[in-house]
Design a binder for this molecule. Structure first.
Ligand code: IPE
Ligand code: IPE
Ligand code: MG
Length: 253
């Protein structure tokens, strides 16, 4: 498949050929840079988040089109509650608007709309929309869209340990049963493959508590581009770079 990647900084076009037999099964995206994007334009941060939602729309569509099976979008971390109340409220409102506006199209495209994280702490209306979206789409067979909301990798591990502790106490699990596979199955992403590729726009080079267990062998792709300016050409570039990495998983080739 041929696409054109428009490198805005150099104002030149480069052709990219993706290997359709090596599309990452699971992509995680840390959608970052909305605030700085808005600041550069003298706009309130909430306008950056609004612009970021447009990018979500395009990227979900493209991932589905090229055959990605799981897309996990980091939308709100367990640490993001530290932000001003107005900003948190604006983010929650955008979530509801996004789900209401997009659900029919997502459903008709066979997408499963799932969430990961402790959603019980989100406003009631968000919980209801997420529940409705999941109920409507849970029997679809296409892309699984994981919206990571009030998600934190450490929080997820604490939750897993508590669930495991209870199962041990109830005699459902023995010490010898505990292995990597079992721990994975106590996480929100149970029965999903680990992410192959993690994308973080905005120039930051950190995980910020995203999928810390699952990322053990993920490939990382960073870019200075802010999330509202991210588009399918950048997605293709990230996948292209991923396809040219040598994944050894600790072995030799
Ligand atoms: C979006 O980008 C990420 C969310 C938490 C929704 P930011 O709001 O973190 O943008 P920057 O990093 O301040 O530019
Ligand atoms: C990570 O971005 C969380 C999301 C994208 C939802 P942050 O902007 O919160 O991360 P830090 O503070 O730069 O590490
Ligand atoms: Mg940020």
């Amino acid at each position: 498949m041929w696409n054109f990647f428009n490198d805005k900084s150099k104002n030149e076009k480069t052709s990219i050929s993706l290997d359709m037999n090596n599309i990452p099964k699971h992509i995680g995206i840390i959608m970052d840079g909305n605030g700085r994007w808005a600041k550069e334009r003298n706009l309130p941060r909430s306008m950056g988040h609004k612009a970021g939602v447009e990018t979500i729309r395009d990227i979900v569509k493209e991932c589905d089109k090229i055959g990605v099976k799981y897309l996990t979008l980091y939308a709100f971390s367990t640490e993001n509650w530290k932000r001003p109340k107005d900003e948190v409220n604006a983010l929650m409102k955008l979530l509801v608007q996004y789900l209401r506006k997009e659900i029919e199209e997502l459903h008709s495209n066979n997408v499963i709309v799932n969430s990961i994280g402790d959603t019980s702490k989100l406003p009631e209306i968000c919980q209801q929309e997420l529940k409705d979206a999941y109920e409507k789409t849970k029997n679809n067979t296409g892309l699984t869209l994981n919206l990571a909301l009030n998600y934190g990798g450490r929080d997820e591990i604490i939750r897993a340990v508590k669930l495991l502790y209870n199962d041990i106490k109830d005699g459902k699990v023995n010490e010898d049963d505990i292995d990597e596979n079992m721990i994975s199955n106590y996480l929100y992403t149970s029965h999903m493959p680990d992410p192959d590729l993690i994308i973080r726009p905005s120039g930051e080079k950190r995980l910020s508590n995203f999928l810390i267990w699952q990322c053990a062998y993920a490939e990382f792709w960073y870019s200075d581009i802010k999330w509202p300016d991210f588009n399918k050409d950048y997605l293709h570039k990230a996948i292209y770079d991923y396809q040219n990495r040598d994944r050894r998983f600790g072995g030799v080739k």
